[in-house]
Design a protein around this ligand. Structure first.
Ligand SMILES: Nc1nc2c(ncn2[C@@H]2O[C@H](COP(=O)(O)OP(=O)(O)OP(=O)(O)O)[C@@H](O)[C@H]2O)c(=O)[nH]1
Ligand SMILES: O=C(O)[C@H](O)COP(=O)(O)O
Length: 277
């Protein structure tokens, strides 16, 4: 079993207007924004309290993100500035890489296949996360903290979910991948900073992340837990959330649902991991 000394979180949050577009049939723009913010507040609240989490890097140009960042451990990182800075780094690698470093670094004089093609819209998140990882490694070249990539739309998330991911990592290292409820997406990745994974968010991301690790003979473990699986993207997800016991839903989301006129009608055994292996 390896020791985990700390965790740096990368928490991306889309700007309003683009977030939660698949809920457009059931929520208006202001409701979509309100729900996304409430879920992010719940995720941040769980992370802030977790003893291993040393910093939560909020990757966002959302105008409301500054308010979300007014919490201990949270640092707001502008998405645009980060990507611009990362582009500058790609153009002039020696400028930003410190001379003395104990950590082995990738050879930036060769084409960097970890840089996704930003001309494809579904790759914005991947480019953003890759840039954020590079920034963390530059800032803390000898820091042993793990990197946790987490989605901000997980209203059932608890500290026990983070513990479960850390326990998986402690057993085998490599990479931990948590699936969405369909068993096809990825809602969490946990890995060491030296790994520099290729982010594959988008359709079929769970399989793509697992395949990336397997090709490199890295241990990879897939976690299926309701707190990590129920991301609220569609009206079916919202229905599922409304059927959960109120006490299992994060406080901010619960209050938002009530204020927006939704009635939680808990049923037993309503949450299943569809398809999850
Ligand atoms: N900063 C930032 N965050 C993103 C981006 N794309 C996705 N995210 C965040 O990543 C997590 C998962 O996002 P998705 O479920 O793919 O996107 P979504 O907001 O639900 O939006 P739709 O796909 O439009 O329904 C959420 O926390 C998003 O806010 C991006 O381009 N920039
Ligand atoms: O795998 C992914 O890309 C993430 O889980 C996002 O999936 P979603 O768009 O279904 O939230």
């Amino acid at each position: 079993m390896t020791t985990v000394s700390g965790i740096q979180v990368l928490l991306p949050i889309k700007p309003p207007g683009t977030a939660k577009s698949r809920l457009a049939g059931v929520l208006d723009a202001s409701q979509r924004s309100g729900l996304a913010t409430a879920m992010a507040q719940d995720v941040i609240a769980q992370l802030v309290l977790h003893p291993l989490v040393t910093r939560i890097n909020l990757l966002s140009d959302h105008p409301g993100a500054a308010t979300l960042a007014r919490v201990p451990k949270v640092r707001l990182v502008s998405e645009n500035l980060l990507l611009q800075r990362d582009d500058g780094l790609a153009a002039n690698p020696s400028a930003a890489v410190p001379e003395a470093s104990d950590r082995a670094r990738p050879d930036r004089s060769r084409p960097d296949r970890s840089r996704p093609d930003r001309s494809r819209p579904d790759h914005n998140l991947n480019a953003l996360l890759a840039a954020a990882c590079r920034q963390l490694v530059q800032e803390h070249p000898v820091d042993d903290s793990l990197i946790l990539v987490l989605h901000a739309d997980l209203p059932l998330l608890t500290a026990a979910d983070i513990d479960a991911a850390v326990d998986c990592y402690r057993e085998q290292q490599g990479m931990v991948v948590a699936t969405d409820s369909a068993g096809t997406g990825t809602n969490l990745l946990l890995f060491s900073p030296g790994l520099e994974p290729r982010f594959c968010f988008g359709p079929g991301s769970r399989e793509a992340h697992v395949r990336w690790a397997q090709k490199r003979n890295l241990p990879v473990q897939v976690l299926c837990r309701p707190g990590l699986a129920l991301d609220i993207d569609t009206s079916d997800d919202l229905d599922c959330l409304l059927q959960m016991a109120p006490a299992s839903v994060g406080e901010y989301t619960r209050h938002w649902l009530t204020a927006a006129g939704f009635v939680q009608q808990p049923r037993t055994n309503t949450f299943t991991l569809r398809n999850a292996r």
